[in-house]
Design a binder for this molecule. Structure first.
Ligand code: ATP
Length: 234
C-alpha cells in the first residue's frame, strides 16, 4: 500500500535519512522504532511531503507522492496524526473533528463518520463543546486521531502518539489504534515506546542514525537480544 524505496533526506549538510526502504501492506500495523534523533519523524514527514526527499521513491496505492502537492495526500486516503497532536486549541472538539473532513464533499457520509468517531472515542463525545486547548494530553491525542479519521483514510500515519502520556493513557491510546486498525485502516506507527509499539504491530523496522538497522515480524524483534538490550530495557 505504501512503499518507500531508497529514501534520502538532508537538512542542509546533515544527512538525516540514508537509503531507507520499507513497505506497509494493506491491513497491517507497521512500526518504525528507534532512539531520539534516529530519523523517525523525518521519515514520516518525507512521506507526507513536509520535508523534501533528495532521492528515493515514495508511492501510496500506486501514486507517486513526491510528484503531488502535500495538501492532496489526504485526498488519496493517507491521514497524519502529527507529533504533539497539534489540535486547534481555540476551537471546540466538534470543530476540530469537522476540520478533519474539510476536503470532503460527501457531507451525508461525513455526518455518519462524525457519529462513528464519537462512538469510538466516547470521551470526545462527552467533551464535544469543550475547547480543545483545555483537554488533557490523552484527550488531545484522541482528538488528533479522531480528526484524522474524519478524513475517512485508508491509512493512518501516527507520530509518537504515546509521548507525554501516563502509562494508563498509553494503554488506552494503543487500544484505540488497534481498534481503528481492526476496522480496516492500515497503520504506520512511529514510536519511541518500542515495547508498546512491538506489542500491537505486525511488523517493525528499527531505525538507527538515519538507516534501517533491523526489520522483521514485531513479535520476533521483541524477543531479539539486541532489540531487548537497546530498546526494551534489557
Ligand atoms: P525524535 O523522537 O526526537 O523526534 P526522530 O527519530 O524522529 O527523533 P528526527 O526528528 O527525524 O528523529 O531527526 C533525525 C535527525 O535529523 C536528527 O539528527 C535531527 O537532529 C536532525 N533534524 C531533524 N529536524 C531537523 C531540522 N529541521 N533541521 C536540522 N536537522 C534536523
Amino acid at each position: 500500500m505504501l512503499t518507500v524505496e531508497g529514501l534520502e533526506v538532508y537538512y542542509g549538510s546533515i544527512h538525516a535519512i540514508k537509503n531507507i526502504s520499507f513497505e506497509v501492506n494493506e491491513g497491517e500495523i507497521v512500526t518504525l522504532i528507534g532512539a531520539n534523533g534516529a530519523g523517525k519523524t523525518t521519515t514520516l514527514h518525507a512521506v507526507c511531503g513536509l520535508v523534501k526527499a533528495a532521492d528515493g521513491g515514495i508511492h501510496f496505492c500506486g501514486t507517486d507522492l513526491r510528484a503531488i502537492a502535500p495538501y492532496k495526500i489526504l485526498g488519496l486516503g493517507l491521514a497524519q496524526v502529527p507529533e504533539g497532536r497539534r489540535v486547534f486549541a481555540k476551537m471546540t472538539v466538534q470543530e476540530n473533528l469537522e476540520m478533519g473532513a474539510y476536503i470532503r464533499r460527501d457531507k451525508d457520509q461525513v455526518e455518519k463518520d462524525f457519529q462513528r468517531v464519537l462512538e469510538r472515542l466516547p470521551r470526545l463525545a462527552e467533551r464535544r463543546k469543550q475547547l480543545a486547548g483545555t483537554l488533557s494530553g490523552g484527550e488531545q491525542q484522541m482528538l488528533a486521531i479522531g480528526r484524522a479519521l474524519m478524513g475517512n483514510p485508508r491509512m493512518l500515519l501516527l507520530d509518537e502518539p504515546s509521548m507525554g502520556l501516563s502509562p494508563l493513557l498509553v494503554e488506552e491510546i494503543f487500544r484505540i489504534i488497534e481498534d481503528v486498525n481492526r476496522s480496516g485502516v492500515t497503520v504506520l506507527l512511529v514510536e519511541q515506546n518500542a515495547k508498546k509499539a512491538l506489542e500491537i504491530a505486525d511488523r517493525a523496522y528499527v531505525l538507527e542514525t538515519g538507516s534501517i538497522a533491523m526489520s522483521g515480524a514485531a513479535a520476533e524483534l521483541a524477543n531479539d537480544e539486541k532489540v531487548r538490550k537497546a530498546y526494551l530495557g534489557g
